[in-house]
Design a protein around this ligand. Structure first.
Ligand SMILES: Nc1ncnc2c1ncn2[C@@H]1O[C@H](COP(=O)(O)OP(=O)(O)OP(=O)(O)O)[C@@H](O)[C@H]1O
Ligand SMILES: [Mg+2]
Length: 255
């Protein structure tokens, strides 16, 4: 289980997280929604020790992340797959080489590597793409390879940062289905950061909204859909600020 407990994080004068608390239960997918620039990616980075809190703690399976030494961090990161906001594949490497990098770092034996690559590509419906270069793939395919690369490490946790941003609705739905499949087939605990409400409703067991540095509301998909909290309602309905009386005018969420 991942637990954020009263986390504060600033960058110089810029206060980002201000009393952020959230529990990510095992075996489920928790979705964090919130406006652009509110600190969703910053929160994710605390889980793998890329950032340390100014105050408060983040723990994974009872271990305080900021207290881990180098070795402890390596061990922790081997249990966590990270799907980055911008697929973050190496353009000069093939799909196979991209996936192999992480497996070698974790000292997966060579004979197992090809099998892991095959399995993870099959799970994202990209079998046979081992020898292709990222540049030859569409944005949606690159996201799928990013997911395959994370899954190949057989993680206990999968963190997804904006997995559907920049994709058309149909391609986004494909990615959503893959995330659901990863949970069902691999039993991984998921934490998804997004401002795509369709995606949040499809993949989430629980949804939490980050607002002004803290969790404004957390609940099941149904609870969030029925919320009376004006801030949460405005976000999930994608209404621009101050447009409560816009006569049903619906626009996309600010991104
Ligand atoms: N390493 C850093 N140094 C300084 N400022 C940072 C750093 N990382 C993030 N920030 C700032 O923290 C704030 C939150 O950033 P973050 O990337 O977490 O937003 P986000 O919610 O993920 O937004 P988006 O939805 O656009 O991805 C931003 O103002 C950003 O400029
Ligand atoms: Mg972000």
């Amino acid at each position: 289980m991942i637990i954020f407990n009263d986390v504060y994080k600033s960058f110089g004068p810029k206060k980002v997280l201000q009393g952020f608390s959230l529990e990510v239960p095992d075996g489920q997918t928790t979705v964090v929604i919130g406006y652009s620039g509110t600190g969703k990616s910053v929160a994710l980075k605390h889980i793998v020790g890329l950032l340390d809190p100014d105050y408060g703690t983040v723990s994974v399976d009872g271990q305080l992340v900021h207290e881990l030494d180098r070795k402890g961090l390596v061990a922790l990161r081997s249990t966590i797959g990270f799907v980055f906001q911008f697929a973050a594949l190496f353009d000069s490497l093939t799909v196979r080489e991209n996936i192999t990098l992480g497996l070698k770092r974790q000292q997966v034996p060579q004979r197992e590597i090809d099998e892991r690559i095959r399995e993870s590509l099959a799970l994202v419906d990209m079998e046979g793409s081992e020898d292709r270069y990222p540049i030859e793939l569409s944005g949606g395919m690159r996201k799928r390879i990013g997911i395959a690369r994370a899954i190949a490490l057989k993680p206990q946790y999968l963190l997804y940062d904006e997995p559907t941003s920049g994709l058309d609705p149909v391609t986004s739905a494909v990615i959503d289905r893959l995330m659901v499949r990863a949970r069902e087939k691999l039993g991984v605990t998921g934490l998804v950061v997004t401002h795509d409400m369709n995606s949040a409703y499809t993949v989430g067991d629980r949804i939490a909204m980050l607002y002004k540095g803290a969790i404004r509301q957390v609940g099941t998909v149904e609870q969030i859909q029925r919320t009376h909290d004006p801030i949460v309602r405005q976000f999930i309905e994608g209404r621009p600020e101050g447009a409560e009386d816009a006569g049903g005018l619906n626009t996309q969420a600010v991104s």
